[in-house]
Design a protein around this ligand. Structure first.
Ligand SMILES: Nc1nc2c(ncn2[C@@H]2O[C@H](COP(=O)(O)OP(=O)(O)OP(=O)(O)O)[C@@H](O)[C@H]2O)c(=O)[nH]1
Ligand SMILES: [Mg+2]
Length: 193
């Protein structure tokens, strides 16, 4: 898997528009503003690849990015209260519509902000991934906001809260400091072998 070569492929506003899955897919899910788009940019070392914003709710479509061996999928964030109900319903349709399709799910990166306990929606996401038996890992984002010791404490707390077994990898990342990327790249590469 070559992380130096990636291109934006297409955006989709409804799940019905999604083309059939022709490559393994690596999806990024998590609440709005958790850092999904930033993580993609850092993973590929390409600043403007995915659009980032300080305002939650930036990614309102499903975005496909193409690499040599896999498609990377930037999903809209869940849990952002300050948009209209109809817009929230559209996002939910996109996220659920994506996961309900028969696709080649190689790995779902479930992002959780390391500073806080997982939200109820994060808990739902993880329960869903477990029940659907999808391969997933937890990416703890914004590691630069806490000390090393506090990061490890939070990782243990979130692991307990989400009742994760030792088989679920947990990677601490920072898009600001560009840390944790080698661990994440290794897990991604493993998932598409
Ligand atoms: N300090 C710090 N800030 C981060 C990190 N990752 C993302 N951010 C900031 O968090 C905000 C949201 O980042 P995005 O990458 O747009 O988040 P997203 O999950 O794609 O958000 P939606 O598209 O709204 O779902 C931006 O202001 C980023 O600069 C990180 O590792 N450290
Ligand atoms: Mg985004």
């Amino acid at each position: 898997m070559n992380f130096n070569k990636v291109e934006f492929e297409r955006s989709f506003g409804t799940s019905a528009q999604l083309p059939a899955s022709t490559l393994p897919e690596i999806a990024f899910a998590g609440r709005s503003n958790v850092g999904k788009s930033s993580l993609l940019n850092t993973l590929f070392n390409r600043k403007g690849l995915a659009k980032v914003s300080q305002t939650p709710g930036k990614t309102a479509t499903i975005n496909f990015f193409l690499t040599d061996k896999a498609r990377f999928v930037d999903l809209p964030g869940y849990g952002y209260a300050k948009v209209s109900k109809s817009e929230r319903m559209r996002w939910a349709e996109l996220i659920e519509g994506y996961f309900n399709q028969d696709r080649n799910f190689a790995l779902v990166c479930s992002l959780v902000d390391i500073r806080h306990p997982a939200s109820a929606l994060d808990e739902n996401m993880v329960s869903f991934l477990r029940e659907a038996e999808l391969p997933f890992l937890i990416v703890l984002t914004k590691g630069d906001k806490l000390s090393k010791g506090k990061c490890l404490q939070q990782r243990a707390a979130i692991k307990r809260q989400l009742e994760l077994g030792d088989d679920v990898p947990m990677v601490i990342t920072s898009s600001l400091k560009k840390s944790g990327m080698d661990d994440l790249r290794r897990e991604i590469a493993k998932s598409i072998q």
